[in-house]
Design a binder for this molecule. Structure first.
Ligand code: NAD
Length: 359
């Protein structure tokens, strides 16, 4: 059978090396010829940011970082960058910090060098997100794609195990959702499969040895692959649901992804045999759902949305907002009834296998 597809790979430099972030950043700044640099990091991330920026001159430190990038926070950062004549934004932190740097790039065109410290993967996508009046809007714009990404697993050593697990499963969700995203293609699938393999190997190592680098490096490598696959394939059903849970109900990003993923996988897997086989093989498991379930058990992964502030009373609104956004190419037809059942199961942490038989 002939292969016919259209694929875009986004261009950015990736510098990967434990303990090398400061050296890599100084070299990137020199290569780009930047002279007026703004570093974005939350108050908590500032210490890491100062060590990463040790070899460069920083014109402006900006620490007002808020999850899901409220529009007011974005406007303040844009104004600060404009007033200071900034020519390069460096972000050091998790996806929220990267998101703020992207918000600055979106309207100013100032290039970004990203130094991620979680496994969220935002640094490798051209997707931006902003929240206004309890609605999270996302969009795609190549201006927000960081020019370079500097990965240093030492920066993730301080990420607590539970947050590492949730963030790593956010990466896993990028991989799995890529297999049925609106622009799913064989290249994304290859990247996603390698991402699943790397995350499935790395995350248990982090759990067993949080201060060891091998697991952290595997997870970071997997997180990058997951984001490249996701950026190319586009948001599938899983991301559309989590996007509403985060934006409308302010649920924590990584934990929400980690909790919802087994339900979307169980829901879609029976109607997506190629993706199912690919995911199962990447886990080295008999089925995709068993592979994910086994990993989640090893990791003691987040289980129920009720643990993160979601309630039964929120389900109707979540369904009403999420349903119209779910891509038409989703392997299984999504209805208000089966989406309500999925969210109810995820709310209560029920066995995801119940989702396979829903009509
Ligand atoms: P986060 O950035 O909010 O970080 C979670 C917490 O971990 C914060 O308190 C942060 O200070 C702390 N933290 C970060 N690095 C740490 C480290 N090394 N050690 C200890 N603590 C650390 O959470 P996240 O899950 O990384 O990112 C979530 C955000 O990223 C969401 O807003 C989400 O929408 C966005 N995101 C966007 C994309 C995209 O493609 N645009 C992709 C993934 C996530």
């Amino acid at each position: 059978m002939s292969l016919t597809f259209e694929h875009t790979t986004l261009g950015q430099r990736v510098l990967f090396g434990s303990g090398k972030a400061a050296e890599h950043l100084a070299a990137e700044v020199a290569r780009l010829g930047a002279t007026n640099i703004m570093v974005i990091a939350s108050d908590f991330e500032l210490k890491m940011a100062r060590s990463v920026a040790a070899g460069i001159d920083v014109a402006l430190w900006h620490t007002d970082v808020v999850m899901h990038v409220p529009i007011e926070t974005a406007q303040a950062a844009r104004t600060a960058a404009g007033d200071a004549g900034i020519d390069l934004v460096v972000c050091v932190g998790g996806g929220s910090t990267t998101g703020l740097a992207k918000a600055v790039a979106l309207t100013t065109g100032i290039p970004v060098v990203a130094v991620p410290t979680t496994y969220a993967g935002s640094e490798a996508t051209n997707v931006w997100g902003l929240t206004e009046a309890a609605r999270k809007t996302t969009g795609v714009d190549d201006r927000v794609l960081p020019t370079a990404v500097i990965y240093d697993a030492e920066l993730t050593l301080s990420l607590p195990v539970d947050m590492s697990v949730a963030s790593g499963l956010n990466g896993m969700a990028h991989c799995i959702d890529s297999l049925w995203g609106p622009r799913a293609d064989p290249i994304n699938a290859a990247l996603a499969a390698e991402g699943i393999r790397a995350l499935a190997q790395g995350l248990p190592k982090i759990k067993n040895d949080p201060s060891g680098l091998p697991g952290r490096e595997q997870a970071l490598y997997g997180a990058y692959l997951s984001a490249v696959a996701f950026a190319s394939a586009g948001s599938g059903m899983h991301h559309k649901i989590c996007h509403v849970l985060g934006g409308t109900f302010n649920l924590p990003h990584a934990q929400t992804h980690a909790t919802v993923l087994p339900y979307v996988l169980a829901f879609n897997a029976t109607e997506a045999p190629d993706a199912e086989a690919r995911i199962a093989a990447a886990f080295g498991a008999d089925t995709a759902t068993d592979g994910l379930a086994r990993l989640r058990e090893t990791l003691d992964a987040p289980k129920a949305l009720k643990d993160y502030g979601f309630t039964a009373a929120n389900i109707a609104e979540a369904v009403a907002v999420a349903l119209p956004s779910i891509p038409a190419n989703n392997p299984r037809k999504v209805t208000a009834a089966n989406l309500t059942a999925l969210l109810t199961a995820a709310l209560n942490g029920e066995n995801p296998k119940s989702l396979s038989d829903l009509s």
